[in-house]
Design a protein around this ligand. Structure first.
Ligand code: NAD
Ligand code: IPM
Ligand code: MN
Length: 355
């Protein structure tokens, strides 16, 4: 059997602590389901930057461009490297150059986890955020003028291309169409951002004509965030521009008890390039070194990767094992427990093996 080649980039901070648990659990699922995986590790991180002056070698694309997927931890060491340098030199580069234009991020309240929202039970929160991942507010077009003078100013453009907007919105409609509620919400701000957001709304309505069975609505991003808190049970699939989707995808998981369990699939749906699977959270320098990071976001991202590689049963096994351990413990401190990162990884891997 030909092994799937996966590029592994643990990155910085707790990326280095949660990645081994991701590998442990996906290996357990692979053994059980007879899947051959070859993990190729790359030390591209802020440490690499401090040694070499770049986050990755010049031929990075050739080194991982033919892999079947990228399994990514987190990048960022803001005390030593400015965040925009490390992130634009790595994660954001992958998203753009591998055209991973969909960032799919589930928010689900799991059994055994307490929502900070009063009275919410598992089943009440179960939706997907579909975040545009290659353009929008994240652009490198702009600059600083008249630096150091009183006329100094900066400009940073937002870019919304028809191809870019249509393809992510279409993906979101297709996802909504496959779900029971068939309900798609669009995040807008067309009252204040008077050019790009009315355009987003226009394309959302136009693509909607292809999906008459999908119920739609739209909310301005400000009240949308309030509604995530007030009535998270209302949402099914939410499509958003790059920045709005970024904000919603920390808020959604926070409503499910902890951002640490949330995964993220950066997809190139046409499979011309490798897709990238990572937790939603970052490198968490505030807890790095204590082995108390919750590895579930990384492990769940691994489950999404198995699904992407064509192994839905193995993916479901990993998710079930996550659910079992969340329900029965052990728990890391973010969920009120005392367990270490490795305790969770081991517990989940054991459930996978014994399923
Ligand atoms: P963060 O997600 O790293 O941390 C936010 C808070 O959540 C912190 O208090 C942290 O301790 C906690 N947390 C995060 N993950 C956790 C886990 N698995 N278990 C327990 N607690 C967890 O966000 P931040 O503090 O804004 O950013 C820190 C660094 O990470 C920055 O350099 C930032 O740019 C970077 N970052 C990287 C990514 C990525 O690589 N995908 C994503 C977000 C932030
Ligand atoms: C995320 C992160 C990144 C983003 C940062 C680290 C550039 O917050 O993946 O959500 O803004 O996309
Ligand atoms: Mn984010």
């Amino acid at each position: 059997m030909k092994a799937h080649k996966i590029a592994v980039i643990a990155g910085d901070g707790i990326g280095k602590e949660v990645m081994p648990e991701g590998l442990r659990c996906i290996d357990a699922a692979a053994r059980k389901h007879g899947i051959a995986i070859q993990w190729d590790e790359f030390d591209w991180s802020c440490d690499y930057y401090l040694k070499h002056g770049t986050m990755m070698p010049a031929d990075w694309k050739a080194q991982i461009g033919n892999h079947d997927a990228i399994f990514f931890g987190a990048v960022g060491d803001p005390a030593r490297v400015p965040d925009h340098v490390s992130l634009w030199g790595s994660l954001l580069k992958f998203r753009r150059e591998f055209d991973q234009y969909v960032n799919l991020r589930p928010a689900r309240l799991m059994p055994g986890v307490k929502s900070p929202l009063v009275g919410r039970e598992p089943g009440d929160i179960d939706f997907f955020i579909v975040r545009e991942n290659t353009e929008g507010e994240y652009s490198s077009i702009g600059g600083k003028m008249f630096a150091g003078t009183e006329r100094e100013f900066v400009v940073q453009e937002s870019i919304f291309t028809r191809i870019g907007v249509d393809r992510v919105i279409r993906f979101a409609y297709q996802l909504a169409q496959r779900r029971d509620k068939k309900h798609l919400t669009s995040a807008t701000k067309s009252n204040g951002i008077s050019i790009s957001m009315p355009y987003w709304d226009e394309r959302f309505a136009a693509i909607g004509e292809e999906f008459p069975d999908v119920r739609t609505d739209k909310f301005h991003i400000d009240i949308l965030t309030a509604n995530f808190v007030r009535r998270p049970d209302y949402f099914d699939v939410v499509v958003a521009s790059n920045l709005f989707g970024d904000i919603l995808s920390d808020l959604g998981p926070a409503c499910t008890g902890t951002i640490a369990i949330a995964p993220s699939a950066n997809l190139n749906p046409e499979r011309r390039f490798p897709s990238l699977f990572e937790p939603v959270h970052g490198s968490a320098p505030d807890i790095y070194g204590q082995q108390i990071a919750n590895p579930i976001g990384q492990i769940w991202a691994g489950s999404m990767m198995l699904d992407h590689l064509g192994y839905p049963q193995a993916a479901a096994d990993v998710l079930r094992a996550i659910e079992t351990v969340l329900a029965e413990g052990p728990h890391t401190p973010d969920l009120g427990g005392k367990a270490k990162t490795g305790d969770l990884g081991k517990a989940i891997a054991e459930v996978i093996a014994g399923n």
